[in-house]
Design a protein around this ligand. Structure first.
Ligand code: HEM
Length: 485
């Protein structure tokens, strides 16, 4: 008995070792930690501990432009590959995006970001694209002005220490809710997550982080027929979006003085019948998820960099003073201010919101990327953090916050830096909301800088965040503010 148990154990160990070896051999020519090539558990471990982001940066400086970080996962930091991976229709989003699909009434509902079906993505994106153009974004300025006013009244009330990250997140969630559904969530007023939306959004993005390394296992556990029929959804995001849609349809309103995004999506579904109800729900899910933490992280990081770099702050203050702006500037007044523009680009370069490479799947027939051949199904992507630290493109001081790097007079260098900036991703699946995001940032950052003098409670404080979810979730950053007027 003992002998057969021993034999079974040896056989099992041999089987596991063979499996690990076969996994490793798949892409053995790509450099990286050996364990990462043997099992995706290495990647899952790094990801769940929020270390993958920095680890990839380290691995690229150790191994060069190609790094293997999973059985079939490759990170590339060669800027030349950006157009291949993100410009071509052949490279669809990788399996890691599968876990983003919500479940509603036993069926999967995919957001714009989570849709892997290129034809469906194309239909959804084309149907709503007119709601996201630079001109259309101006329609939402009124909603943003109202939210900046709410932000001012909360910050003005705070005579003591407060957490900048939370206040900015409440602001972005209220602003997103206003331009998406015409009313704020009420986070600023309540100074908290009024109806659990922030928690819901964060759970969904954290779920992406937890499972994106192991999408097959996630399917087995959470999307088996029993789990699906019991409606055990990974998050209730689809349900929340459906509720917003039902409430609006019940109002049977068709005329809007200031149309919000939901009104525009409903109009789009009339004009493009391919954008069905599931498509509208998918779009709403994207809005709720994509417009809060992304802008909040970026704005908090930029304010932090300005506070700890007084020379940059002074240059920005002088630029804003010369522009003679009102308390809440209009986008038309700030959109072309060069130092403000450089401040934002540099903040997004140094502190991008995505925590791991934007993964794409190699199509049938394989592909040669950065000089190496990869077979069909390999997940290849550029990590924004790693690519933004390319010294050849951005200069030797890549770790330093220096907006001036964007104000040089060498057009070819500037073109290369712009083409390598992946803050909003690139290509067909780049950030559809980027014009809204830029509009918002070019209003709220100058408004805060002009009205308040911020200082860190702990002058040595660094930017702390949870890097384990799909998107960065900022941790508390305590500041003191003094009104400048
Ligand atoms: C500073 C703020 C923002 C940043 C840094 C940002 C960044 C990004 C990035 C990197 C992606 C690509 C993700 C991927 O491929 O995995 C993306 C996609 C997306 N973003 Fe943003 N985003 C921001 C604000 C917004 C806003 C305000 C909205 C909505 C109003 C939005 C809506 C979306 C949507 C729907 C997608 C998916 C697009 C598609 O797959 O076609 N984002 N964003």
């Amino acid at each position: 008995m003992a002998a057969s148990l021993g034999l079974l154990l040896v056989a099992s160990i041999l089987l596991v070792c063979t499996r690990l070896l076969l996994n490793w051999r798949r892409l053995s020519k790509a450099p990286g930690p050996t364990l990462a090539g043997c099992t995706d558990l290495w990647r899952a471990y790094q990801q769940c501990n929020g270390r993958l982001r920095e680890k990839l940066l380290e691995l690229h400086s150790q191994y060069g432009p190609i790094v293997r970080y999973g059985v079939r996962s490759i990170s590339v930091s060669d800027p030349e590959t950006i157009s291949t991976l993100y410009g071509s229709r052949a490279f669809i989003t990788a399996d890691s995006y599968k876990v983003l699909a919500g479940i509603q009434n036993g069926k999967e509902v995919t957001s714009l970001l989570g849709t892997r079906d290129e034809a469906r993505h194309n239909v959804m994106r084309r149907s709503v694209s007119s709601a996201f153009t630079p001109t259309a974004s101006l329609d939402y300025e009124k909603w943003i002005d109202a939210t900046v006013e709410d932000l001012f009244s909360i910050v003005s009330k705070k005579s003591t220490v407060f957490d900048l990250s939370s206040i900015i997140l409440w602001y972005t969630m209220d602003a997103a809710s206003r331009f998406s559904f015409g009313e704020p969530l009420g986070c600023l007023q309540a100074e908290g997550d009024t109806d659990g939306t922030i928690q819901l959004v964060r759970e969904r993005v954290a779920y992406w982080g937890r499972w994106s390394s192991l999408p097959q296992l996630e399917r087995l556990i959470h999307r088996n027929p029993v789990a699906m029929s019991q409606g055990r959804a990974p998050s209730n995001m689809a349900g929340r979006a459906l509720a917003k849609l039902k409430a609006r349809v019940a109002q049977s309103k068709t005329e809007y003085e200031h149309p919000d995004l939901l009104a525009k999506f409903l109009q789009a579904s009339k004009d493009h019948p391919q954008l069905d109800t599931t498509g509208v729900i998918g779009m709403l899910m994207s809005m709720i998820t994509a417009a809060g933490d992304t802008i909040a992280t970026t704005v908090t990081a930029i304010l932090y960099y300005l506070v700890v770099n007084p020379e940059s702050l002074k240059k920005l203050e002088e630029e804003l003073l010369q522009a003679e702006l009102p308390e809440i500037p209009q986008f038309a007044q700030t959109s072309k201010l060069p130092y403000l523009n450089a401040t934002i680009k540099e903040g997004m370069r140094l502190f991008p919101v995505m925590n791991w490479p934007l993964e794409r799947s190699v199509p049938a027939g394989g592909a040669t990327i950065a000089g190496m051949y990869f077979p069909k199904g390999t997940s290849v992507g550029c990590s924004p953090l790693a690519i933004h630290h390319n010294a050849e493109i951005f200069g030797g001081d890549v770790h330093t916050y220096r907006p001036e790097r964007w104000l040089i007079s060498d057009p070819e260098r500037l073109r290369r830096m712009d083409a390598t900036h992946m803050g909003f991703s690139r290509g067909r699946r780049d950030c559809i909301g980027r014009h809204i995001a830029v509009l918002q940032m070019k209003k709220v950052i100058p408004a805060i800088i002009m009205k308040f003098k911020l200082s860190l409670v702990d002058p040595e404080a660094s930017l702390e965040a949870d890097f384990s979810p799909g998107l960065v979730h900022m941790k508390s950053l305590y500041v003191v503010s003094e009104s400048k007027h």
